[in-house]
Design a protein around this ligand. Structure first.
Ligand SMILES: [Zn+2]
Length: 186
């Protein structure tokens, strides 16, 4: 398989109460996205400031993320982005940005407490958001219905909300990797 080199840029954060990644956290992110279990055909290096990076990541405050993405949310105190991380294209479209939700980055969210360590959860989260950055969406209910009860949870399921009927899983499934390669996204 042809391996494509891509660049990741660790932003210091843009919103209030964001914080930079520590050196250990940067190493951890790189170790996940370059792991053979992650999305295939890619080799990630740290952006050096020449040209444009492919993927900008930062650690942002939960309240900042929800109010930025859904400005009406904080008056109603209800938001679809509450406690979630988000990945989106930049305005010119050829870079992707991920805001990792600091609350979840620091503490495994309640639905997964008993099953995921913080390392497990961050591994899931990085693989999931990278999936979005590479152009993949959440699976549809129809797609999920085809999978059996004992199947590992697809990485593109929003596991932060719970594992639905599935088993613990923190890496892209073989089927998800095949779909990714078929779509020519590497
Ligand atoms: Zn998602």
């Amino acid at each position: 398989m042809l391996v494509r080199v891509k660049t990741i840029e660790f932003s210091n954060g843009i919103g209030p109460k964001s914080r930079p990644f520590t050196l250990l956290e940067k190493r951890f992110v790189l170790s996940i996205i370059n792991n053979l279990n992650s999305w295939p055909g890619l080799h990630w290096i740290v952006f050096t400031g020449q040209g444009k990076s492919d993927w900008i990541v930062s650690l942002e405050n939960s309240y900042f993320i929800s109010t930025e993405l859904d400005p009406l949310a904080h008056s109603s105190n209800e938001t679809s982005f509450k406690n979630l991380s988000v990945t989106m294209p930049t305005y010119n479209g050829n870079q992707k940005i991920t805001w990792f939700n600091l609350t979840n980055w620091n503490h495994v969210p309640a639905p997964l407490h008993s099953r995921y360590s913080i390392v497990d959860y961050r591994t899931y989260l990085i693989n999931h958001e990278l999936g979005h950055a590479l152009g993949l969406d959440h699976p549809t209910i129809k797609q999920l219905e085809k999978l059996g009860q004992t199947t590992k949870c697809p990485i593109m399921v929003q596991q932060t909300k719970g594992l639905l009927k599935f088993q613990k899983n923190i890496w892209p499934l073989v089927q998800e990797k095949q779909k990714f390669v078929r779509r020519g996204l590497t």
